[in-house]
Design a protein around this ligand. Structure first.
Ligand SMILES: [Zn+2]
Length: 537
């Protein structure tokens, strides 16, 4: 067999095994494989607890370097694999914490092919490993190992690390609120490169990311209209002031308290290990024949070293300050916030609150806001709440032309189809708005856009069709809407959502309701909320 055939077969064999999750890949610290090849958590509680602590701390502090700082401040070491696979305790480094946070094995997943070799030339040094995004991993089998975190937590952590990417210390201070239109000034970060965005007042207010331009003279990363982002975030803030969300906040605070307890336990475990090591060294020293001087001297040195480490740990434990207690929301404050939550939308738009007060209120619950123009016409807004939860929103933003709309081609095709079936521009606009389409510059689809596209395709309407049509024995949407004093949009919206089940008439391509009293009665009951669904066939 030729060499490349052999290699291909070997690779295929490995991939087959990997697909079943049976490939015995080397395991990260905290997971061990027994003689029967079954993977368990390490029986050493200090190891597993420390890994739990690292994840908990990251979920709270949101950055790997902060985790390192926290552990160093507490004088806590982290477990690593030594040269022979044994556990060694080391001072934490950012790289070590990052590799732990990024390792899917801790989420219980067996993964193969997380990297790809990129070649820039034929020489060996012209190749480097590139980390692939989760979607491009060759093989992933979930729930293969005992998990330290859930898969969704793992994904949350990866998103957070992405957001932190290239975020520099000088950007981390959120600054104090300044008067000005942009409410989120100082809280907004660029989802493209991770830098803090600044406010630009130029006709309208925009959040712009010009860090890379200032540093490297490259074009502005992205700019996003501030008003829209502010509106979305403020709405999410109002929603957050509901009872459910405040409960989530309480839960988050509880987690912080639990983390403090875990840290305390970690200290105790660290002390216990050092005490054991000192006692062991002492026993070994006592057992050796005193005449065997070389060995006795070495054992005495080890005993002293163990005692020294123990003493140091004990004194640093004695000096350790108990962490500031994070307080739960007092029941009265919680009630106040909930009541305020109901009234806030009205107070917000009145002149009772100053802009500075509004900004301060937002900062009570919001840690930061990451905006990312993932598509030309949509901005992803990720709100990171104080407790650590994330909210993801998708905000449509104006674009210059139909071609820049993500679903522009689909929109054009739907307009051509509906107009060809004889629907008026207004009807098409209403129905397609209900389905989520819009004009490039607006949040809804305008009849004028429909008309422009229709004329481009040389579809002309007969005069009679711009008036509501009369069909014997049936009622059209415009007719029935008029009779019930409802908007046509109300009908198209409910038809689109499936609350009114009705098919288009084959010939006229219109929705035709039977012209009988029961139709109106049923629709009225639907409107009043007495029934949830209606079917016409
Ligand atoms: Zn940027």
């Amino acid at each position: 067999m030729e060499l490349h055939t052999i290699r291909a077969r070997l690779t295929a064999g490995i991939l087959n095994k990997a697909e079943r999750g049976e490939l015995a890949l080397s395991l990260p610290v905290g997971l061990v494989r027994d003689e029967l090849e079954v993977v368990h958590k390490d029986p050493n509680r200090e190891v597993t607890d420390r890994i739990d602590l690292i994840f908990q701390t990251f979920l709270r502090l949101k950055s790997a370097s902060k985790v390192v700082r926290k552990l160093n401040a507490e004088n806590l070491l982290i477990p690593r694999r030594g040269r022979w696979g044994e556990i060694v305790w080391r001072k934490p480094s950012v790289a070590a914490i990052l590799s732990l946070l990024k390792n899917p094995a801790y989420a219980g997943a067996f993964v193969y092919g997380r990297t790809r070799t990129i070649r820039t030339g034929p020489a060996p040094h012209q190749a480097h490993l590139k980390r692939l995004p989760i979607e491009e991993w060759k093989i992933r089998v979930n729930d293969k190992y005992p998990a330290y975190i859930s898969w969704s937590t793992y994904e949350e952590i990866q998103a957070q690390l992405q957001d932190n990417y290239a975020e520099y210390d000088r950007n981390k201070t959120r600054g104090i609120p300044r008067p000005g239109a942009a409410l989120l000034h100082g809280l907004v970060y660029c989802g493209e490169c991770g830098h803090k965005m600044v406010v630009q007042y130029k006709g309208s207010t925009r959040y712009i990311c010009n860090y890379l331009r200032q540093q490297y003279q490259v074009p502005v990363c992205q700019y996003i209209p501030a008003d829209g982002v502010d509106r979305y975030v403020v709405q999410a803030f109002f929603d957050a002031l509901s009872a459910v969300e405040l409960d989530a906040y309480t839960k988050a605070v509880k987690t912080i308290q639990e983390t403090d307890e875990t840290i305390e336990r970690a200290h105790q475990q660290q002390l216990e290990r050092l005490r054991y090591q000192a006692a062991l060294a002492e026993r070994q020293f006592n057992q050796v024949d005193p005449d065997n001087r070389l060995v006795a001297a070495e054992l005495e040195r080890r005993w002293e070293k163990a005692l020294g480490e123990l003493k140091q740990a004990e004194s640093s434990q004695a000096q350790r300050q108990t962490p500031d207690k994070v307080t739960l929301l007092e029941p009265e404050l919680k009630t106040a916030l909930m009541t305020m939550g109901q009234k806030l939308p009205q107070i917000w738009s009145s002149n009772v609150l100053t802009q500075v007060q509004r900004k301060a209120l937002l900062r009570c619950l919001i840690d930061k806001v990451v905006v990312h123009r993932l598509q030309r016409d949509h901005v992803r807004i990720r709100i990171i709440w104080k407790g650590g939860d994330n909210t993801n929103l998708s905000m449509p933003i104006p674009v210059g032309s139909l071609a820049e709309l993500t679903n522009g081609e689909e929109l054009e095709a739907r307009i051509v189809a509906l107009a060809g079936q004889g629907c008026s521009d207004e009807e098409v606009a209403e129905q397609l708005t209900a389905e989520g389409f819009r004009s490039p510059m607006r949040l809804t689809l305008l009849p004028s856009t429909v008309k422009r596209i229709r004329l481009e395709h040389r579809i002309f309407q007969q005069r009679s069709q711009s008036h509501p049509r009369q069909i014997e024995g049936y009622l059209t949407v415009p007719q029935i809407a008029k009779m019930l004093s409802l908007s046509k949009h109300w009908f198209y919206d409910r038809i689109h959502k499936g609350m009114i089940a009705i098919a288009r008439d084959e010939k006229t391509r219109l929705y035709l309701f039977p012209d009988e009293p029961n139709t109106l009665t049923q629709l009225q009951r639907l409107k009043a909320g007495h029934i949830k669904h209606l079917r016409f066939s």
